[in-house]
Design a protein around this ligand. Structure first.
Ligand code: KE4
Length: 428
C-alpha cells in the first residue's frame, strides 16, 4: 500500500499542528504507523491522497451514518450555501431541526444548539449546576464527554473520593468537584448517592460507553441512576453524543426505556457538519439565557448550513426502512467478525449496541473500564495495521467504537470478514 503522499503531508502537518493532527486519536499513536491523509469520501469508502480505497468503519467517529457525501445531503447543502453560510440571527432551519429532534427524543422538551459534543456536555453540566444550585458532578470511569475541564478528571485515590485532573491545565480545585465511579457498579453508585446525593448537581453518563470500545449497561444500572437522582434531586444527564441515533433512532433512552432530565447530542445531528445540542426538561432549560440566568452562547450555534445537513440526515433516518437495513447489515458484520476470530483461533469479545461495536482482544467479559483494559492493545495494533493493508479502515485504538453506515454493502461486509480472518490469523 503506497503512502508516500500521506507521509509527506504528515511531515508538513507536524510542523504546524500538535502531533500533526487536529484531534489526538487521529494520530495513530495507539496502533503505530502514520495517519493517512484523506482526499475524499463517498458512501462507505474513504480515499487517501495516494489513491488507496478503504471501507470506512470510523465514519468521522459516528456522524456519517448515511455514508459519506449522501446525494440528498449534498444537494441540500449546495442550495443552502448559496443562500448564505451564517446569519448570526435566528433562522427557520434551527426551529425545524429542533422540532425533528424533540419528536424523536421526547425528553428533550426544549434544547439549545451548539457546535460540538463538548459544548453540549459542558453546557448541560452548567445547566444542572444552575438549576440545582449545587456544585458536585458524578461521572463514570472510561466515559468521555469531550474535553471541558471539569470532565477531564480521573478517580481520586479510592473510588469514592472526588477527582484529580486527568490532564495538565485542569485546576485541582476544579477536578475535585467531579466524582468518578466504576461504570456498571450499582452498589458503589447507590452508596455515594446515599452519602452525597443532596450535594450532587448532576450525574452524567454515556448510557453505552463508546469511549472504551463498546460497553453495555448491565440490567438495572441505568435504572439505578434514574432512581437515585430522582430521590435526591440531582439532574440525570445522558450523554448521547455517540449513542444518539446509533443505539436506536431514539438513542439509548429509547432502547433502555430510561427518561433522563437532560440529553446531549452531537455527531449524527450535524450530518458531518459541526453541530451539538443539549436539552431536556422545560424547567431546567428555562434557566438558560436569555430566558434565565445561566449563560451559554455561540457564534455559529444553529448555523444554517449545519442545520441543513442535520435536517436532511434525520429525514432519511426516520424512514423505518433505514434502521431495518442497518440492523440486517450490522448482524451480518457481527456474525462474520465473530466467525473469523473463532476460525482463526483468536480469543476475542465482540459487543455492539445498534450500529456501534467493538472487538476486544481479550477472553474476559468486558463490563467496565477495568475489564476493557485487559485487552491486548499491542495485538489490536497489529490487527489494525493488517486490516488497513487490506483496505479496511477501523478506529485506530482498541478503546474506540466502530460504526456502520447505510452505504455499507454486502460486498463491503464480505471483504471486511475475509480481511479480518487473514488479520486474526496474522496476529494469532
Ligand atoms: P466533540 O466535542 O468531539 O464533538 O464531542 C465530544 C464527545 C462527547 N461525548 C461523547 C460520548 C463522545 O464520544 C464525544 C467525542 N467522541 C470522540 C470519539 N471517541 C470524537 C473523536 C475525537 O475526539 O477526535
Amino acid at each position: 500500500m503506497k503512502t508516500v503522499k500521506s507521509r509527506a503531508y504528515f511531515k508538513k502537518a507536524l510542523a504546524v499542528l500538535p502531533g500533526g493532527v487536529n484531534s489526538p486519536v487521529r494520530a495513530f499513536r495507539a496502533v503505530g504507523g502514520n495517519p493517512l491523509f484523506i482526499q475524499r469520501a463517498k458512501g462507505a469508502k474513504l480515499y487517501d491522497v495516494d489513491g488507496n480505497e478503504y471501507v470506512d468503519y470510523v465514519l468521522s467517529w459516528g456522524p456519517m451514518i448515511l455514508g459519506h457525501a449522501h446525494p440528498a445531503v449534498v444537494k441540500a447543502l449546495k442550495r443552502a450555501v448559496e443562500l448564505g453560510t451564517s446569519f448570526g440571527a435566528p433562522s427557520p432551519l434551527e426551529v425545524e431541526l429542533a422540532g425533528m429532534i424533540t419528536k424523536l427524543y421526547p425528553s428533550m422538551q426544549k434544547m439549545r444548539m451548539v457546535s460540538s459534543g463538548t459544548e453540549a456536555t459542558m453546557s448541560a453540566i452548567r445547566a444542572a449546576r444552575g438549576f440545582t444550585g449545587r456544585d458536585l458532578i458524578v461521572k463514570f470511569e472510561g466515559c468521555y464527554h469531550g474535553h471541558a475541564d471539569g470532565l477531564l478528571v480521573k478517580a481520586g485515590s479510592g473510588a469514592a473520593t472526588f477527582g484529580v485532573p486527568d490532564s495538565p491545565g485542569v485546576p485541582q480545585d476544579y477536578a475535585k468537584l467531579t466524582l468518578t465511579l466504576p461504570f456498571n457498579d450499582i452498589k458503589a453508585f447507590r452508596s455515594v448517592m446515599r452519602r452525597d446525593g443532596k450535594k450532587i448537581a448532576g450525574v452524567i453518563v454515556e448510557p453505552v460507553v463508546g469511549n472504551i470500545g463498546c460497553v453495555l449497561p448491565v440490567p438495572g444500572f441505568l435504572a439505578s441512576l434514574r432512581e437515585e437522582t430522582e430521590r435526591c434531586g440531582a439532574v440525570l444527564i445522558f450523554d448521547e453524543v455517540m449513542t444518539g441515533f446509533r443505539v436506536a433512532l431514539g438513542g439509548a433512552q429509547q432502547q433502555y426505556g430510561i427518561v433522563p432530565d437532560l440529553t446531549c447530542l452531537g455527531k449524527v445531528i450535524g450530518g458531518g457538519l459541526p453541530v451539538g445540542a443539549y436539552g431536556g426538561k422545560r424547567e431546567i432549560m428555562a434557566n438558560i439565557s436569555p430566558e434565565g440566568p445561566v449563560y451559554q452562547a455561540g457564534t455559529l450555534s444553529g448555523n444554517p448550513v449545519a442545520m441543513t445537513a442535520g435536517i436532511e440526515t434525520l429525514k432519511i433516518l426516520r424512514n423505518p426502512q433505514t434502521y431495518r437495513k442497518l440492523e440486517k447489515t450490522m448482524q451480518e458484520l457481527e456474525d462474520g467478525l465473530k466467525d473469523a476470530a473463532r476460525k482463526a483461533g483468536v480469543a476475542t469479545r465482540f459487543y455492539r449496541a445498534g450500529t456501534m461495536f467493538c472487538t476486544y482482544f481479550t477472553d474476559v467479559d468486558v463490563v467496565d473500564y477495568g475489564t476493557a483494559k485487559t485487552a491486548d492493545t499491542a495485538r489490536f495494533g497489529r490487527f489494525f495495521l493488517k486490516m488497513l493493508e487490506q483496505g479496511i479502515y477501523l478506529a485506530p485504538s482498541q478503546f474506540e467504537a466502530g460504526f456502520l453506515s447505510c452505504a455499507h454493502t454486502g460486498a463491503d461486509i464480505a471483504k471486511t470478514v475475509r480481511a479480518a480472518f487473514t488479520a486474526f490469523r496474522a496476529v494469532r
